[in-house]
Ligand binder design. Structure first.
Ligand SMILES: Nc1ncnc2c1ncn2[C@@H]1O[C@H](COP(=O)(O)OS(=O)(=O)O)[C@@H](OP(=O)(O)O)[C@H]1O
Length: 134
C-alpha cells in the first residue's frame, strides 16, 4: 500500500536526529569553512510524479549527501543552459570533500537535449530514474 510519504519522512528525520530541512541549511550564502559548491556527481532525472522529491529528501538525510534545494532545469531549459556551468554550480549547496552533491529535475528524462548535455559535462555521471508501479 502507498506510504504516507510526508509522515514517513518526518519520522525518519526525527529518528536520525537531524534538523527538518538540511537543504535550507546548506543553501545559505555564507560558506562554511572547508566547503565549496560542487557540480552534481549524481542526478535524479525522473520520472515526473514518480516520487523523485521523496527520494531526494530521503537521500538528504545521509550525512555524506547534499542536495539542491529546488529543481534546477539546467539541461532541459535553453534559457538556463546558456548561463553556463558556473551558473549551474552556483545553485548547488556547499559541501565538504567527502560529500556527494545531488540534484533532481524530472524534466531531464523527457528533454531531447538533456542526454547529450549531461554527457558533455560528465560522461561517467550516475543517473537515477524512478519507475512507479501501481
Ligand atoms: N510512497 C509514495 N506512495 C504514493 N505516492 C507517493 C509516494 N511518494 C511520493 N508520492 C507522490 O508522488 C507525487 C510526487 O512525485 P514527484 O516528486 O516525482 O513529483 S514531480 O514530478 O517532481 O512533480 C506526489 O503526488 P501528487 O500529490 O499527486 O503530486 C506524492 O504524493
Amino acid at each position: 500500500a502507498p506510504v504516507e510519504n510526508g509522515a514517513l519522512l518526518e519520522t525518519l528525520k526525527s529518528q536520525v536526529g537531524l534538523f527538518s530541512n538540511k537543504s535550507e541549511h546548506y543553501s545559505a550564502q555564507v560558506r562554511p569553512p572547508g566547503t565549496s559548491r560542487q557540480i552534481p556527481q549524481t542526478i535524479i532525472i525522473g520520472v515526473r510524479k514518480g516520487g523523485t522529491r521523496a527520494l531526494l529528501e530521503m537521500l538528504d538525510i545521509h550525512p555524506n549527501i547534499v542536495v539542491a534545494a529546488t529543481e534546477v532545469h539546467f539541461f532541459d531549459w535553453d534559457e538556463n543552459y546558456v548561463k553556463g556551468i558556473d551558473w549551474y554550480r552556483s545553485l548547488m549547496p556547499f559541501s565538504y570533500g567527502n560529500q556527494i552533491t545531488i540534484e533532481k529535475t524530472p524534466g531531464y528524462f523527457t528533454s531531447p537535449q538533456a542526454p547529450e548535455r549531461i554527457h558533455d559535462m560528465n560522461s561517467s555521471i550516475k543517473l537515477h530514474i524512478l519507475i512507479f508501479f501501481l
